[in-house]
Design a protein around this ligand. Sequence first.
Ligand SMILES: NC(=O)c1ccc[n+]([C@@H]2O[C@H](COP(=O)([O-])OP(=O)(O)OC[C@H]3O[C@@H](n4cnc5c(N)ncnc54)[C@H](O)[C@@H]3O)[C@@H](O)[C@H]2O)c1
Length: 388
Amino acid sequence: MVRGAARGGGPSRPRGEPASAAPEAGLIRRGNPWFSHDPHPTQPKVNDMEMEQDRRWISGKIDIGKEVWYMTQGEVVSAGLSEEDILALTKEALVAHGNKKYEMPAKIGVHPHPEVFFHAMPAYVPSKLALGMKWIECFPNNPGKFGLPQTTGLLILNDLLSGCPIAVMDCAWITAMRTPAVTVLAAAALHPGAETFGMFGCGVQGIEHVKYVVHTLKNLKKIYIYDVKEENMDRLVASVKPEIAAKIVKGKGFEEVTRSCEVLSSATFIVKKPYAFVKDVWVSKGQTILPCDLNTFWDPVTSMRADKYIVDSLEEHELFDRAGYFPDGLPEIAFETGEMLAGRRKGRDSADELIVCSNIGMSVCDVVVAREVFNRALEKGIGRKLPL
Ligand SMILES: NC(=O)c1ccc[n+]([C@@H]2O[C@H](COP(=O)([O-])OP(=O)(O)OC[C@H]3O[C@@H](n4cnc5c(N)ncnc54)[C@H](O)[C@@H]3O)[C@@H](O)[C@H]2O)c1
């Protein structure tokens, strides 16, 4: 396997060409200029009758073109999707992504301050009649400065036939759910028998990761957690304890947790500087590392030397690379998480492989989950009509 060729190197696979199911040396790098619209050429057309039926059903509830369905965060939650539902929907979105049955340009953004970003995240997943866009921000100082979450935003869904907006909803809960779902689905594909899991960062994402991981890593005996804020570890323990049989251990530091766990994830903060809180020398062969915070938390040397560096979206990692989030270079990418979940790529070839699987977040997951939230909310009358 070719590894470590930073910025600009590496063979590429033409867009739309299916990857071989056999594990091989074909690492992929594809160019994708900033702000380009990058539709997937092989997206299938949805049958017209299906779209018309869907539109008729929605029209029974709102006057499309004149009204939208608005949902607060509480109403999004009340639509009643369970963790199992979110896992199933997220898997469908990842498999559609892996099978190239989607349209999703890499997220574009604006950056009014040096360490913050707003992302516009459109996507279309034909198999789920899911079309829309998430508009989300990440302000890492919000919790300390304003007592507000790092991440807030809205999501819009659109009618497939007329294009009109049909729904506007809070997207923080959807993001908080689909992100751990991606991590734990990938964890199960890469390390199904794991008995130990470590979570760095015990905020919104950390709590949900611990809740979700027990659904897919069924043999877990111990879950280590670590946060620079003791009170956040305590809050995590209090909020997950009633639901989780595995023993939860409050870690003493980065090294102890890293050395104690087969599978590790991190959800702390995302900035351009790699802080390398976890030193590469603490990381061993055979471990599976699933960062949600791009290149900030782990030692870049670890990602560079990993036997496989898998990513949810090649285009998005390249885009972040261009924006300066990988100052030491973007590691060579083996394949995409969705390709593994679709069965087109084998995740782990041997027990001693060190695997890093970086999932930075894809709008295909957001719109698929949001579409189901909308369906259920509309059915149950949760939310309200607003005039356009
Ligand atoms: N990949 C994705 O799809 C995705 C989606 C949503 C959020 N995120 C990212 O996940 C991260 C966490 O989001 P959140 O909503 O949980 O934020 P949060 O503010 O609720 O939680 C972050 C936690 O990390 C802790 N922390 C900060 N620095 C740390 C360090 N060095 N070591 C250990 N813990 C540390 C904080 O004390 C806090 O408890 C953010 O970077 C966010 O951008 C990624």
